[in-house]
Design a protein around this ligand. Structure first.
Ligand SMILES: [Fe+2]
Length: 305
């Protein structure tokens, strides 16, 4: 019997940068918006009023939460990390699978000192076949075009567990296209992962969701968006609702969330958290959350071990 020894999730991208680098990141995002739409989007007024000293203190909570998650992962001594994240036209350019898994034997993590990562392809394969039995069709991805990982997955390997030498399984759950699974479906995907792991003799898996929480970045406004949000907004009360459901292990509550709510609140990537939650048997999460106008994001890091 295999087992899920822990689950976790974390914000990525700008969340990996210290506050001193946020202004440049934000201005680059505004520049992309200007190029796309012909005007420079206004900043939220809080960008001017947020206190840098307080931001540094609050960001340290996120950074420490991430270090703590890294320590928990190593202490749990897993044999495999299952990394769940979305693809934003990085790997899948013409076809966007709602759910997919990389079934290859290994991949190379780019950069100057490319790192070869081995994969638990048996577990990945069982996720595909196990899914068919439950009418959860998971697309098997045999090769990673150009060896290029989406930012969601690369961020975990580069920033959270840079010394990881064990196996990895890459799971892709769409968060930005019309085919993105519902929150309830994401919980089912997590349960499916847990069942597949339990059937794999000797597997000790940690499941990590990468993405979220609310943000309205340079790719905003998205197709189909009908809400009132603007570039750089944060849906803090919705973030806190999701965090509270996770901390209470409230799968009933999580299951009632809808894809429309995710879209409205800039929370599409919360799907990665729900997959991890689905694999954690209603365990109560410990989540650190901080919203930052200057980083244009509700940042979170959480775990249930
Ligand atoms: Fe992302």
């Amino acid at each position: 019997m295999g087992e899920v020894v822990g689950v976790g999730a974390l914000s990525h991208a700008i969340a990996f940068l210290p506050p001193g680098e946020w202004d440049a990141f934000r201005e680059a995002a505004r520049g992309r918006m200007q190029k796309r739409y012909g005007f420079l989007p206004e900043l939220r007024p809080e960008v001017e009023t947020e206190d840098d000293t307080d931001n540094a203190r609050r960001y340290e909570r996120i950074a420490e939460g991430r270090r703590e998650l890294g320590r928990k992962i190593l202490a749990a001594d897993p044999s495999v990390l299952v990394i769940v994240g979305d693809d934003q036209n990085e790997l899948f350019l013409d076809v966007h699978p709602p759910i997919a898994v990389y079934t290859g034997e290994s991949f190379s993590l780019g950069g100057d000192a490319a790192r070869e990562i081995t994969c638990d392809s048996e577990l990945a394969g069982s996720f595909v076949t196990g899914g068919v039995e439950q009418a959860i069709e998971v697309a098997p991805v045999a090769t990673l075009a150009g060896g290029h990982l989406p930012h969601a997955h690369a961020g975990v390997l580069e920033e959270l567990v840079p010394t990881w030498t064990g196996d990895v399984v890459l799971v892709f759950v769409d968060a930005i296209h019309a085919c993105a699974p519902t929150p309830a479906r994401c919980l089912q995907i997590g349960r499916l992962l847990q069942e597949c792991i339990s059937r794999q003799e000797g597997r000790r898996a940690v499941i990590l969701g990468s993405g979220g929480l609310s943000h309205f970045p340079a790719s905003f406004p998205w197709k189909g968006y009908k809400g009132q949000a603007r570039f750089g907004d944060i849906a803090e009360s919705f973030d806190r609702k999701v965090v509270s459901l996770l901390e209470g292990g409230d799968h009933e509550g999580l299951q009632q969330l809808t894809g429309d709510q995710f879209l409205e609140h800039g929370s599409g990537e919360d799907r990665a958290w729900l997959v991890a939650a689905g694999a954690s048997h209603g365990r109560e999460w410990d989540v650190t959350y901080e919203p930052f106008a200057k980083a244009m994001m509700g940042m979170g890091v959480g775990a249930a071990f």
